[in-house]
Design a protein around this ligand. Structure first.
Ligand code: ADP
Length: 610
C-alpha cells in the first residue's frame, strides 16, 4: 500500500486532524458496543465469576464511557482547529487505553474460574470486542494500540502461563491473530488518511479550477465589456461626429454655389476642400477603428475579377488620364474567393497609391495563377519605396518623405486599412519596389472555378444633371442645423426645401404649404425612436403616391445597413458629399417626374385627405 506520506504533508496533517474529529462523533457507537460486549461477558461469566466483581467491572466500563462523554461534549464546545486536535486525540486515546485495560483485566481475572469452555468464550468475547470496534479504533493509531494491546496482551500472557501444551498452542495462535489485527488496523488507518488526503487534494484542485474558471470568466467579461465599450464609442462617435461634418459639408457647398466674388469663392473652395479632406479622414479613421474593434465581418463568396477590375478602372481612369498616365487592366477570367466589397477596397487602395505616386509612365493591374491561388498585382512606374521604409508604410499615418507636394499625398491610412483587411481576409500581401523605378503591390487570394457564365453587368445609366431646378424637397431631420444646411444647399441648386423634424410635423408642413414634394429626404434615425423608413411609408400612404425617397443614415453598422438595403429605398451615409447628394437627388426627382401622369391622378385623390 502506498504510504500516505507520499502525499502533500499539509494534506496529511489535515486528514489526520479530521480523523481525530471523527473519534468524538463515535461516542454513541463505542459506548453501545462496550455496553453490549460487557453484558455478554457478564452473562457468560455469571456462573463462574463473583457477581460483585462482574458488577464493579461493568460499572467501571460505563464510568470510563461517562467521562469520555464529557470529553466529547467539551470537544464540540471548543471546536478545536487542525493543530489543536492532536492533544484532544491523545486524551481520547487515554479513554481507549483505560477501556482496553478493563477488558484486559477481565481476561486475566476470570480466566482461571471456568473450564476450557468458559475460557474459549472469554477469548471469543475479548477478540470479538476488539474486532467489532476495529474500524472505529483504527481511525487514530494511539486509540488502536491503546485499546487493542491492553485488551488482548494480558489475556494471551495469561493463556500462555497456564503451562500445558494446549494453552501454549492457543497463546501462539492468539499472538498471531493479534499481530494480524494490529497490522490490519495500522493499514486501515493509513488507508483512511490517504483517501481523505486525496479527497482534500481533489477539493483543492476543484477549488483552484473554479477560481481559474472564475478568473477566466472575469477576464472574458472585461474583454467583452471593453469591446462593447469600444463598439459603443464607435457608434456614438460615428453618429455625433458625422452629424456636424454632414451639416458643415452642406453649408460649405451651399456657400460655394452662392458666392460670385472670385476672392471669396477661392476661400470658400478651400473650405470645401478641407471639409472633404476631413470627411475622408474621418471615414478612414472610422474604418481603422471598426476593423480594430472586430466590427467588420467578412462575407466571403466566389466572384469574377473582371467586373471588379472594371469598377476600379472607372474610378481611377479619369485621375490617371488627368496625370497623363496609362492605366491598364489585363483581361482575366479568374474567379476568386473573398469578400467582394473588402477586396475591392484593397485593390482600389493599391491602384490609388500607384496613380498617386507615379509621375510618368503608367499603372498595370493583372492577375496571375499560382497553384490554387491567384495573385493580383498592381505595377507602377512611380517613385518606388526605399528599403528602410518598406516595413513602415503599413503603419497608421506613416508617409514616406518622397518630395511629393503636400496636397497630392494621402492621409497615411490607406495601407493601414489594407493591412487590417488583408489580415481579416487572410490574404498575404507583398511589395517589390525599386526607388526611382516603380513598385509592385500584390495580394494572394484563393482561386475558385467559375460557377456561372460571366455576363457583363448592365451599365448604370448616368443621370447626372441639373434636373433639380424648381423641385420641392421634403427634408425630415431632427437636427435643425441639418435641415437648414439642406435648405441652403438645395436653394443653391434652385430647389425649395420644406423642413420638419418628424413624420407628423412633415405632414402638417405639407398640408400648410398645400404643395406636394418631388422628393422626400429623411434621416434614418429620428427623435423618439422614429425611423426614416417608417416616415417614408407613412408619407407615401398619406400622399397616395410612391414619392421618390432618399434616406440618410449616420449609422453605418451592419444591422442598420441590412435594414436599409431591405427597405429597397435609396440611401446615403453621412457625411454626404454634396455632389453625390445632387446626383442622387436629381436622378430621383427626374424619375418621379417621369411618373407624373400617375402622380397627378393620385394627387387629385389624395388632395381630399390632407
Ligand atoms: P497615403 O494615404 O499617404 O498614400 P498609405 O498608407 O496608402 O498612405 O501609404 C503609405 C505610404 O507608402 C505613402 O505615403 C507612400 O509614401 C508609400 N506608398 C504607398 N504606395 C506607394 C507606391 N505605389 N509607390 C510609392 N510609394 C508608395
Amino acid at each position: 500500500m502506498p504510504s500516505p506520506t507520499a502525499l502533500n504533508p499539509r494534506l496529511i496533517r489535515r486528514a489526520r486532524a479530521d480523523q481525530i474529529a471523527t473519534l468524538f462523533t463515535q461516542w454513541g457507537r463505542t459506548t453501545s458496543s462496550m455496553a453490549l460486549g460487557g453484558l455478554i461477558l457478564c452473562a457468560v461469566m455469571w456462573n463462574v465469576a463473583p457477581h460483585d466483581e462482574l458488577a464493579l467491572w461493568l460499572a467501571a466500563i460505563l464510568i470510563n464511557q461517562g467521562w469520555r462523554y464529557e470529553l466529547a461534549r467539551r470537544y464540540r464546545a471548543a471546536a478545536p482547529g487542525l493543530t489543536e486536535r492532536e492533544s484532544w486525540g491523545r486524551a481520547w486515546a487515554i479513554g481507549s487505553t483505560i477501556a482496553g485495560a478493563l477488558w484486559g483485566a477481565a481476561g486475566v481475572l476470570w480466566f482461571a474460574h471456568g473450564d476450557i469452555g468458559h475460557q474459549a468464550l472469554l477469548i471469543v468475547c475479548l477478540f470479538g470486542v476488539v474486532m467489532g470496534g476495529i474500524n472505529l479504533t483504527s481511525v487514530y493509531k494511539p486509540t488502536l494500540y491503546g485499546f487493542v494491546l491492553p485488551t488482548l496482551a494480558p489475556l494471551i500472557v495469561r493463556v500462555a502461563l497456564d503451562g500445558d501444551q494446549l494453552h501454549a498452542f492457543i497463546a501462539t495462535v492468539l499472538l498471531v491473530v493479534l499481530a494480524f489485527i494490529l497490522r490490519f488496523g495500522h493499514n486501515l488507518n493509513n488507508l483512511m488518511t490517504q483517501s481523505l488526503a486525496i479527497r482534500y487534494e481533489n477539493i483543492d484542485l476543484i477549488g483552484e479550477l473554479q477560481a481559474q474558471t472564475a478568473a477566466a470568466d472575469r477576464a472574458r467579461g472585461m474583454a467583452e465589456a471593453a469591446n462593447r465599450g469600444k463598439t459603443q464609442f464607435l457608434a456614438a462617435a460615428s453618429h455625433d461626429l458625422r452629424q456636424p461634418l454632414h451639416a458643415m459639408g452642406l453649408f460649405a457647398a451651399a456657400l460655394s454655389a452662392r458666392v460670385h466674388d472670385a476672392g471669396v469663392r477661392n476661400l470658400v473652395n478651400s473650405i470645401n476642400v478641407s471639409v472633404e479632406a476631413l470627411e475622408r479622414l474621418f471615414s478612414a479613421l472610422m474604418d481603422v477603428s471598426k476593423l480594430d474593434a472586430g466590427a467588420v465581418a467578412p462575407k466571403r463568396t466566389a466572384f469574377p475579377l473582371t467586373p471588379l477590375f472594371e469598377r476600379v478602372e472607372n474610378e481611377f481612369g479619369p485621375l490617371a488620364a488627368a496625370k497623363n498616365l496609362r492605366l491598364a487592366f489585363v483581361p482575366t477570367r479568374t474567379w476568386i474567393d473573398s469578400d467582394p466589397v473588402l477586396f475591392e477596397r484593397i485593390l482600389a487602395n493599391f491602384v490609388s497609391n500607384a496613380v498617386r505616386y507615379t509621375a510618368s509612365g503608367g499603372v498595370v493591374v493583372g492577375a496571375r495563377r499560382r497553384g490554387r491561388s491567384a495573385v493580383i498585382e498592381v505595377w507602377d512606374s512611380g517613385v518606388g519605396i526605399p528599403a528602410a521604409e518598406r516595413e513602415h508604410i503599413f503603419e497608421e499615418f506613416y508617409q514616406v518623405d518622397n518630395s511629393l507636394s503636400h496636397t497630392s499625398k494621402g492621409m497615411g491610412l490607406g495601407l493601414a486599412i489594407v493591412r487590417r483587411l488583408a489580415m481579416l481576409l487572410d490574404h498575404p500581401v507583398r511589395i517589390d519596389t525599386q526607388p526611382g523605378r516603380g513598385s509592385r503591390f500584390s495580394i494572394e487570394v484563393p482561386r475558385v472555378a467559375a460557377t456561372v457564365p460571366q455576363v457583363a453587368a448592365p451599365a448604370e445609366p448616368s443621370r447626372r444633371g441639373t434636373t433639380l431646378a424648381g423641385a420641392r424637397i421634403a427634408v425630415i431631420d431632427d437636427e435643425a442645423i441639418v435641415v437648414e444646411g439642406m435648405r441652403a444647399l438645395f436653394a443653391a441648386w434652385e430647389s425649395a426645401v420644406v423642413g420638419a423634424s418628424s413624420g407628423e410635423a412633415m405632414l402638417t408642413a405639407l398640408g400648410e404649404s398645400g404643395q406636394y414634394p418631388d422628393l422626400v429626404i429623411a434621416d434614418y434615425r429620428l427623435a423618439d425612436d422614429e425611423l426614416g423608413t417608417d416616415v417614408v411609408v407613412r408619407l407615401r400612404h398619406e400622399l397616395g403616391w410612391a414619392v421618390p425617397a432618399l434616406l440618410i443614415s449616420g449609422d453605418s453598422s451592419t444591422p442598420t445597413l441590412d435594414v436599409l438595403r431591405a427597405s429597397g429605398l435609396e440611401f446615403l451615409l453621412k457625411p454626404v458629399l454634396p455632389e453625390e447628394l445632387r446626383a442622387v437627388a436629381s436622378r430621383l426627382v427626374a424619375a418621379g417626374r417621369d411618373d407624373g401622369v400617375a402622380r397627378q391622378h393620385r394627387q387629385a385623390l389624395a388632395a381630399a385627405r390632407i
